[in-house]
Design a protein around this ligand. Sequence first.
Ligand SMILES: Cc1cc2nc3c(=O)[nH]c(=O)nc-3n(C[C@H](O)[C@H](O)[C@H](O)COP(=O)(O)O)c2cc1C
Length: 303
Amino acid sequence: MADLSVRICGIEFKNPIIPASGVFGYGREYEQYYPLSKLGGIATKGTTGTKRTGNLPPRVAETPAGMLNSVGLQNPGIDAFLANELPHLLSAGTVILANIAGSTPEECAEVAAKLDRTDVHMIELNISCPNVKQGGAAFGTSCTAAAGVTRAVRQATKKPLVVKLSPNVTSITEIAKAVEAEGADALSLINTLLGMRIDLRTRRPVLHNNMGGLSGPAVFPVAVRMVWQVANAVSLPVIGMGGVMSGEDAAELMAAGASAVQVGTAIVQDPYAPLRIIDELNAWLDANHIASAAELTGSVRPW
Ligand SMILES: Cc1cc2nc3c(=O)[nH]c(=O)nc-3n(C[C@H](O)[C@H](O)[C@H](O)COP(=O)(O)O)c2cc1C
């Protein structure tokens, strides 16, 4: 049995596999299948300053080797999260990453300040959401906006701050460096890639929002590339995600530079996916005589 534990920002994860934000809610639906304590951690659904209902349906669609979603940030708001969800999550026996978002840096900072007064282990700041003050362009697509929202949240909390990067940019390393300079403790990537499909019978886009985020195996090579680029550009730990479906995918993302791996779309397909991926990673490490998962991180040998 290999040692699966990893350490990020001084926090010990019993294994490197974490359900990604937005596909696992607050874990309640999954407890009927297995104890949440088996997971390395849980990234919660994105929480905003006030309740949001998300986008109109249809808001998910299957695509070849993946899915499109435009759920939007449907969530009950930070106060309801703190009252109704966080105590339960904190008793689950795993690391909790509270994923947060907002339309302004102030909203993100307000949510972070409320979480700062709790026992949550880490805050994951999603900078893929539109910044209303900058004409709706996502925070994560400009260095200035990414730096600004990171600065605001950094001032609001001493919790380990993971900034989750958008792949919808020309140079992800520039954004990563901008966020590192403002005090992020770790980075996670990738969020979904902007996509669109049209139903030719009706000529309607398949999503009511017209465009949506592409995830699943289709984006895996993009995730490997971006994790590798970012891990080499900054000195922060990186949590990788994007299309991980198997233990070998997780090992590959770690070889590219990830210290831990989040799993999203695979869980939409199969609620047991995280447990299967943990077992497969373990078996792969044993078969390859690698004593610990942590040894994999950044072990790629580029040509
Ligand atoms: C239905 C759905 C909802 C999502 N909601 C969020 C969210 O609220 N916050 C966030 O940071 N990422 C969200 N994501 C992005 C995922 O956390 C992840 O970054 C992305 O899907 C890539 O990983 P995957 O290919 O394993 O799904 C969502 C993804 C999906 C499919």
